[in-house]
Design a binder for this molecule. Structure first.
Ligand code: ADP
Length: 496
């Protein structure tokens, strides 16, 4: 009875000390050392060899100097270990033994300890067999756990390497890259992004585009201007991570280049256009003058007057075109030099209507004036404002709808506080929304066959805008295609 309880105690103590050793084991060699130590309590192990069985091959991972069994002879013991997969005890000669302790998990041989035991008088009892069976199983579990741990560590290492690699790649790009999570928080910014250091307004857009990308579940491409700096934003969803990657690029130079190219192209068009515009009245003047010259005696006074009238009109048109060119060049040099005075704007509007008389009669457009009865005095450059009015009325007539029976232009004036608002409204062709901000650009003419049937340089509105700007005001337009347009601007009333 006492013998049994002693033996159980020894068994438990040994297991506890084995478990303690294994707790700190980091690899197969440590486990082999723990096995050797715990076995040393029972036998004098003089030297040992530990080998792992992996991919159908034995690989020695620990070998003591003086281990007496040769590599070739070991083959037999390897086979034995593989065959039995349980602790064994072999006599090598009369006095020496080999103890084999395999680490086994789920029938799989992971590593095997071969201990060379000198003089053993104790023999290999049932008690050892049970205990070593337990060691075999326990060390198998620990080994497998260590393997798993190493695999996880390896995977984490590979992941870290990949992360560093990607980060290096993203940092070497000449575009700002950032990654945002679904709550709009930044989780990554590359080097270029940090260099750009976008301001609050840009960051706000980045968050908006990222949210939009999530909402639409598709990448977005946006270009935007912030205080003269153009950025392009391109986003993609990183599906696996529920994140959005956004590319931010400063495209100001590209935009500037595009703008220059566009201006260049417009200049070329302008030169072709203006040559044509100048030639038309010149040809008319020449043709009528030649006719008069050739047959002055035979022409009746009425025809002669009509011909002379055409020559005068065409000369006026030439003067208008040359004035527009001159104004444009002044505008470019910021040299419009306003000469302000107080004058009655009602009278000026009437005069501007009169100046366009021939044009609106020719196009069968009715011009209605909705003006107050009494004089309204404004403080402005009279000549320049007349020019603006003539231009706006002339455009309203020029871009009237030929198909329409009742072509009409209404010029109205309203006063509010210290300002007057003048509006020129037509029921003509109208302007697409996408063109609205461009028509005030120099040389710009809407690219439609209808526009090109109509004479023009594309400078009129650019000059009008500059004149109104010089007065400290804005010129605005509202329009719908097919319905018509309203151009309006404000002026200061004359002080008392
Ligand atoms: P243009 O000499 O071509 O008339 P503008 O600068 O006055 O040049 O106008 C620029 C362009 O704007 C015109 O070519 C025309 O396409 C468009 N536009 C101007 N006014 C009107 C209007 N009242 N209705 C429709 N289109 C207009």
């Amino acid at each position: 009875m006492e013998e049994t309880s002693n033996s159980i105690n020894r068994f438990l103590i040994t297991i506890a000390s084995f478990a303690r050793e294994l707790n700190t084991a980091k690899n197969t060699v440590d486990i082999s050392k723990a096995i050797e130590k715990v076995m040393g309590r029972f036998f004098s192990i003089e030297s040992s060899l530990t080998a792992m069985y992996k991919d159908d091959e034995w690989q020695v991972i620990r070998l003591d100097d003086g281990f007496p069994i040769s590599e070739t002879d070991m083959e037999n013991y390897y086979s034995l270990a593989l065959e039995r997969k349980s602790p064994s005890f072999f006599p090598l000669n009369d006095s020496d033994y080999l103890v084999i302790l395999p680490s086994v998990k789920s029938g799989r041989l992971l590593s095997t300890f071969f201990g060379y035991v000198g003089e053993n008088e104790k023999g290999f009892t049932q008690e050892f067999e049970t205990m070593f069976g337990f060691f075999s199983f326990y060390s198998g579990i620990v080994l497998e756990n260590l393997d798993l741990l190493n695999e996880v560590k390896d995977a984490a290492k590979v992941q870290e390497q990949l992360r560093v690699y990607f980060e290096m790649m993203l940092n070497s790009l000449d575009e700002g890259i950032c990654v945002l999570d679904s709550s709009g928080e930044f989780v990554f910014k590359n080097k270029k992004y940090r260099e750009i250091d976008p301001g609050d307004a840009v960051v706000e857009q980045i968050k908006r585009i990222s949210a939009e990308t999530f909402a639409q579940n598709t990448g977005q491409a946006v270009e935007m201007e912030f205080d003269g700096v153009f950025y392009s934003f391109n986003s993609v969803i990183l599906t696996d991570d529920d994140q959005v990657l956004l590319r931010l690029e400063d495209i100001t130079n590209t935009k500037e280049l595009e703008r220059m190219k566009k201006i260049d192209q417009m200049k070329t068009e302008f030169i072709a256009n203006i040559s044509h515009e100048l030639r038309t009245p010149l040809s008319a003047i020449k043709a009528y003058s030649e006719t008069i010259n050739d047959s002055v005696e035979s022409l009746d006074p009425a025809t002669l007057k009509e011909f002379m009238g055409t020559i005068i009109d065409q000369s006026d048109h030439l003067t208008f075109l040359l004035d527009q060119l001159l104004d444009f060049s002044r505008m470019e040099r910021k040299d419009l030099n306003l000469e302000k005075s107080n004058f009655n704007i009602i009278e000026l509007i009437k005069k501007a209507k009169e100046s366009n008389k021939e044009k609106y009669e020719q196009h069968s457009v009715e011009i209605e004036l909705k003006l107050p009865e009494e004089a309204v005095m404004v403080n402005a450059d009279e000549k320049r404002i007349k020019q603006v009015l003539i231009n706006l009325i002339s455009n309203a007539v020029k871009y009237s709808n030929k198909e329409m029976d009742e072509k009409k232009v209404v010029v109205s004036l309203e006063t509010e506080g210290d300002e007057v608002t003048i509006a020129v409204k037509d029921n003509g062709l109208g302007i697409e929304e996408s063109e609205l901000d461009k028509i005030f650009n120099k040389f710009y003419r809407i690219d439609s066959s209808l526009t090109y049937e109509v004479e023009g340089t594309g400078l009129g509105l650019a000059i009008c805008r500059e004149i109104i700007h010089e007065h400290g005001k804005e010129i605005t337009v509202e329009s719908s295609p097919g319905e018509g347009s309203v151009f309006s601007f404000k002026l200061d009333k004359a002080g008392d």
